[in-house]
Design a protein around this ligand. Structure first.
Ligand SMILES: NC(=O)c1ccc[n+]([C@@H]2O[C@H](COP(=O)([O-])OP(=O)(O)OC[C@H]3O[C@@H](n4cnc5c(N)ncnc54)[C@H](OP(=O)(O)O)[C@@H]3O)[C@@H](O)[C@H]2O)c1
Length: 267
């Protein structure tokens, strides 16, 4: 989203903007796709599975007219050939990108002694390597738009130690650092880069990591705002960072966690 080409109309703040969301089949990626489509964007979502992409498309298409602005592409964020194909498809369809939400991520939640090499490699491949190369491959398309905004989905776990997340949290710290470096590197091309650090957000990943509903109450009790986050909380923040409304914000991490990382609950 170049600030010089700001085009906020009654048809939506993202009218005619093209935004790539990796991992858009569920959770925060899906909620962000919904919000941006509502605001007039052309949205490209990715995922690893055709059936899940089709289900997401069906969910997003329900309000009439939105589906025409949605493109689904099966692409594994950790596979560079997939990213090349993805960017070729976007070039063909739109010729440019105004925004990227590098959101695809996996969580293998294990204590240090339990981490297997395959899990280590997979987590690093998707959460770190995947984010890096998603950004690198998208650069020519952002240049074609005259600049834009990139948002990387990190995690609150980069700010606090979590016993079951030694590898996951380190990948999130890596991409947070990447946002700073890229914010520096890409500024002269008119590209802003920020990361976000969601707290506990109710999504498929959250449910998989916390299968026992009884544990949710304990988690909630540790959040000063006394509620678990919703994917829509994150979508609003991402939309702000992708829009010109945040035109002077780059190389930052925005924490969206109900106070989890910085405040102690009152009771
Ligand atoms: N939920 C939380 O509490 C929380 C907190 C902090 C940060 N996060 C981060 O938020 C991001 C989104 O997660 P979520 O909570 O919304 O979970 P989710 O509902 O499980 O969504 C994860 C998304 O990533 C996609 N994905 C996973 N591996 C992929 C790969 N190799 N290539 C392409 N897409 C891939 C999934 O698509 P398919 O499975 O269809 O391929 C899905 O669309 C992740 O980066 C996660 O680390 C989550």
């Amino acid at each position: 989203m170049t600030d010089s080409t700001l085009e906020t109309t009654d048809r939506g703040a993202f009218y005619n903007r093209a935004v790539l969301i990796t991992g858009g089949t569920s959770g925060m990626g899906l909620a962000t796709a919904r919000l941006l489509l509502d605001e007039g964007a052309h949205v490209i979502i990715t995922g690893r599975d055709d059936a899940r992409l089709a289900r997401a498309a069906e969910q997003l298409d329900k309000p009439s007219g939105r589906g025409a602005r949605l493109l689904t592409v099966r692409a594994d964020a950790a596979v560079l050939a997939d990213l090349d194909r993805l960017t070729a498809v976007i070039r063909e369809r739109h010729g440019r990108l105004d925004g990227v939400f590098a959101n695809a991520g996996v969580g293998v939640f294990q204590r240090t002694a339990e981490v297997a090499e395959d899990d280590f490699d997979h987590t690093v491949d998707v959460n770190f390597k995947g984010v890096f190369f998603t950004v690198q491959k998208a650069l020519p398309l952002l240049d074609a738009a005259g600049g834009g905004s990139i948002v990387i989905n990190a995690s609150w776990t980069l700010h606090r130690g979590l016993a079951v997340a030694p590898v996951y949290a380190a990948t999130k710290a890596a991409v947070h650092n990447l946002a700073r470096t890229l914010g520096s590197d890409l500024a002269e091309r008119g590209i802003r880069v920020n990361s976000i650090s969601p707290g506990y957000i109710v999504t498929e990943m959250f449910d998989a990591a916390n299968p026992d509903p009884a544990s949710h109450e304990a988690i909630r009790a540790g959040v000063p705002l006394k509620r678990l986050g919703q994917a829509e909380d994150i979508a609003e923040t991402v939309a702000f960072l992708l829009s010109p409304r945040s035109s002077y914000i780059t190389a930052q991490d925005i924490v969206v966690d109900g106070g989890l990382t910085t405040a102690v609950p009152a009771s």
